[in-house]
Design a protein around this ligand. Structure first.
Ligand code: DMJ
Length: 648
């Protein structure tokens, strides 16, 4: 017998046999399983089905923890404070009725090297991050602890996100057990650096952030420092414009000049692009107006007039309550896709800027448009002791989604702008003052509580009569605003409250393992609690927000109490330690509770340069004439606008 040729063997005999026997055995197995199943008694079959259903339910029950964590890691693409940030929509109110929970016992301390990889986020996200990033740009620890090894197995780079210079080291050991000791200790901590050294440290931080923006995101909206790229929101050079007056105030002349050249030659608002009315007003219009005032350069005034007039179509609504979005190229405006509502804080926090534009241009249309909004909101039903709901309808001008009251996202700067419009206009417009004072009384009556065990004063939220001990970091603007009010003659107890809330906002930083505050905290109120502050998994991120250092600036200016400066210094050091990216820029992070892996989000918000670093600089400066609070009022994006002279 001749052996079969190689061709026959492979293509006919072996291949057919192979595939045939595979299919046959699969079919055979299926049939045999089915036969066995049919041979079982009804009881046996029911038992097996019951067990399977039980397993399925267990699986589903453990799922929310994972999804919650996922939500925290992914977030919205544009995370600001108005809800687009947290992916929230009016139909899903941000403040859900939340019963006061029984305090769970504190979780046992897990040594960092024993932490499970799931704490660092799902592998799919980690991989994506790693691919986008460049490992060579992040500091890799020499010795990788066990926990890190696990993380690397699923594709995580060992990231610290920080250039830690010797003099920037900070105490990161937190005495979790003894909060009394902790509070006492923190009050006595004092930096060694001189005023000049601290000012230079802020300048240095700015230069580092600017280097990242310049190298990888020049002319774009936001730097993505890990991936060395940029993100676009409006496509208008948002970070550059937001940072203009900061550079001026910090004395960074060459940086300012190159940015100014870009504004002169590249910045055009004649673009077919949808912008958010509030965000572009506070960052772009506000930034250009303040830079005009500081420099006297009409380039910035001309640009301010251009963007201001292009935003006006937003006010063409049946109620004159503006739409949230404007196409500045087409001159059309519209609400978000899913509703005809606007956010209350957004429509009531554009007034300082448009009022100033009217004063400068002697064109009353801007002031009239934003004044109409305030007049209507003043008269509306649906407030609780001066506290406003979070949404307002652009068709009928009424509040919607009523019954929820917060000083956080979607309502915060309404209160700030009541006081600041009164100050801007020379303290003559009594309606603003009345509404502000009434609202602060409303806060005291409805939202103010103390935590346990240390009695931290905090501002919670109210949802349909139910109190929630939840406080956004955004609320930390309030100590500064209260102090500003007291400085302008409002009752002394506003200052007392400012000081108490300032302490609380500081504790939101210092009680975290990184010394940086999470986005949202929950306070414990039950006697016997062992700690004051809890943080949910989804709320552990830090976006480099300014509110606490903003308030520290006001408190220091008015009291000269050194501790506020010391607290700001600690915060700056922790930004340097956990958010500074070696190739340039700072990044928001996902987890303020994990100093070993804060988990970079790969985004530097424009307000880090526009606000956070500016307020830190002003905090460390003893020159009270550097943006005197008797001559300027800061808009909600930290752009100083002049207080109008008494003669006007
Ligand atoms: C900034 O855009 C402004 O400070 C605004 O009022 C609140 N959100 C960010 C900073 O957190």
């Amino acid at each position: 017998m001749h052996p079969p040729s190689r061709k026959d063997f492979v293509s006919v005999t072996f291949a057919e046999q192979g595939s045939g026997s595979y299919n046959n055995s699969k079919q055979w197995r299926r049939q045999s399983c089915w036969r066995k199943w049919k041979q079982l008694s009804r009881l046996q079959r029911s038992l097996i089905l019951f067990t399977l259903v039980l397993l399925l339910i267990c699986g589903i029950a453990s799922y929310p923890t994972v999804t919650e964590h996922l939500r925290g890691l992914t977030g919205g693409d544009q995370e600001t404070d108005r809800g687009a940030d947290s992916g929230l929509r009016p139909g899903i109110p941000h403040v859900l009725p939340e019963p006061v929970k029984q305090e769970a016992p504190p979780p046992p301390e897990i040594p960092s090297q024993k932490r499970l990889p799931h704490k660092r986020g799902p592998p799919v996200l980690q991989n994506r991050l790693q691919k986008k990033g460049n490992a060579s740009d992040t500091l890799v620890e020499d010795k990788v602890p066990d926990g890190k090894k696990e993380a690397e197995d699923v594709g995580v780079i060992s990231w610290r996100g920080a250039v830690i210079e010797a003099e920037q080291g900070t105490e990161d050991t937190k005495d979790e057990e003894n909060k009394d000791d902790l509070l006492a200790k923190q009050g006595t901590k004092s930096p060694e650096e001189s005023e000049a050294g601290q000012l230079e440290a802020v300048r240095e931080a700015f230069r580092h952030a600017w280097k990242g923006y310049k190298d990888f995101a020049w002319g774009h909206d936001e730097l993505r420092p890990i991936s060395k790229s940029y993100g676009e929101w409006f496509g208008l050079g948002l970070t550059l414009i937001d940072a203009l007056d900061t550079m001026w105030i910090l004395g960074l002349k060459s940086e300012f000049e190159e940015a100014k050249a870009w504004v002169a030659t590249e910045l055009s608002f004649n673009k077919n692009v949808d912008v958010n009315l509030f965000e572009s007003t506070i960052r772009i219009l506000g930034g250009l107006l303040s830079t005009y005032h500081l420099t006297g350069d009409t380039l910035f005034l001309d640009k301010a007039k251009d963007i201001g007039s292009r935003l006006m179509p937003a006010f063409k609504t049946p109620s004159k309550i503006p739409f949230s979005d404007v196409n500045i190229g087409k001159g059309t405006a519209h609400p978000p896709r899913w509703t005809s509502d606007s956010t209350v804080a957004e429509v009531t926090s554009i007034q300082l800027e448009f009022r100033e534009l009217s004063r400068l241009t002697e064109d009353t249309q801007y002031q009239a448009a934003v004044g109409e909004v305030m007049t209507q909101v003043h008269k509306l039903e649906g407030k609780l002791d001066g506290l406003v709901p979070m949404f307002i309808n652009t068709n009928n001008g009424q509040f919607t989604h009523q019954g929820i009251y917060t000083l956080g996202a979607r309502a915060d700067s309404y209160y700030e702008y009541l006081l600041k419009q009164w100050i801007q206009g020379g303290k003559k417009e009594d309606q603003f003052l009345e509404d502000y004072v009434q609202a602060i009384e409303g806060v005291k009556r409805n939202l103010l509580q103390k935590s346990s065990p240390n009695g931290l004063t905090f501002v919670g939220e109210l949802s349909h009569g139910q109190f929630s001990p939840k406080m956004d970091h955004l609320v930390c603007f309030l100590p500064g605003t209260l102090a500003l009010g007291a400085h302008n003659g409002l009752p002394a107890d506003h200052m007392d409250l400012a000081k108490q809330l300032m302490e609380t906002c500081y504790q939101m930083y210092v009680q975290m393992e990184t010394g940086l505050s999470p986005e949202i905290v929950h306070f414990n109120m039950h006697q016997g609690s062992t700690r004051d502050i809890d943080v949910k998994l989804a709320d552990r991120h830090n976006l480099l927000r300014p509110e606490t250092v903003e308030s520290l600036f006001y408190l220091y200016r008015f009291t000269k109490d050194k501790k506020y400066r010391d607290w700001g210094w600690e915060i700056l050091q922790n930004f340097n330690k956990y958010t500074k990216v070696s190739s340039g820029g700072y990044t928001s992070i996902n987890n303020v509770r994990d100093p070993d892996y804060p988990s970079p989000r790969d985004k530097m918000e424009s307000f880090f340069l526009g606000e956070t670093l500016k307020y830190l600089y002003l905090l460390f400066s003893d020159d009270t004439n550097l943006i005197s609070l008797d001559q300027y009022v800061f808009n909600t994006e930290a752009h100083p606008l002049p207080i109008w002279p008494a003669t006007e």
